[in-house]
Ligand binder design. Structure first.
Ligand code: DC
Length: 225
């Protein structure tokens, strides 16, 4: 058997990455690394900081941030500078602010080694936007997940509604389109299909179907001579 791989999963908001990553991590007893949560935790601090100059604040804050992350009963918990922010970072507001600050090259640079350090021992499902392209270009297996905007908006709607957040499907759809544009058009580490990635369109697939398909690919890799 090969060394436990780093498995990368990239894709746009709402493509199903988080749900699938969590299930794959549980199935293989790998560590689930939600890199969007790092950007969201920074967004939380930037928002709390309240400075007008977001770029300056985000650069400074990301340069000094100490993250602690853990997987606990299937959940991804994140503390930054000693404060557990897990419950505060999942709103649309934090998603959009995270997307905004993630376009700042210095912020991405500050998070680069942190992310690599967190995956150094292998056996990791690393989920984000630039996992297979920039952070882990040598990863054993790379996936790219996508789905139609309508389907992604619908999933987000259900997720937010289940957390009792006020939601409007048209607004969610336009947020998704805006976030796609921001994430794909930024100059540094834009969202792209990594070379050699397995592309999975989840629009018309069930969660178990996607997990099965991806698990087979991971097993094939792990047990190949
Ligand atoms: O996956 P998510 O919705 O939690 O990510 C929030 C934002 O963080 C996303 O819109 C862009 C940014 N992000 C990034 O630029 N690179 C990553 N590897 C992960 C997230």
């Amino acid at each position: 058997m090969k060394k436990k791989p780093v498995v990368t999963i990239d894709g746009p908001a709402g493509s199903g990455k988080s749900t699938i990553s969590r299930l794959l991590a549980a199935r293989f007893s790998f560590f689930y690394l939600d890199t969007g949560a790092l950007y969201r935790a920074l967004a939380y601090l930037v928002d709390e900081d309240g400075r007008e100059d977001i770029e300056k604040a985000a650069t400074e804050i990301s340069g000094n941030a100490r993250f602690e992350i853990k997987n606990e009963n299937g959940a991804f918990l994140i503390s930054v500078n000693g404060k557990d922010v897990s419950a505060h970072i999942r709103s649309e507001k934090m998603g959009l602010l995270a997307s905004k600050i993630s376009a700042i090259p210095a912020v991405r640079q500050n998070l680069l080694e942190i992310q690599r350090g967190l995956a150094a021992r292998g056996g990791v499902i690393a989920e984000g936007r630039d996992m297979g392209t920039v952070v882990f270009p040598e990863a054993g297996i790379k996936f790219y997940m996508e789905a139609s905007v309508k389907k992604r908006a619908h999933r987000r709607y259900l997720e937010l509604a289940s957390r009792k957040e006020a939601v409007n499907i048209a607004e969610i759809e336009s947020d998704i389109i805006r976030r796609d544009r921001q994430d794909k058009e930024r100059a540094t580490a834009p969202l792209r299909i990594p070379k050699k990635a397995i592309v999975i369109d989840t629009t018309d697939k069930s969660i178990p179907e996607v997990v099965e398909e991806m698990s087979l690919a991971i097993e094939r890799y792990m047990y190949s001579p």
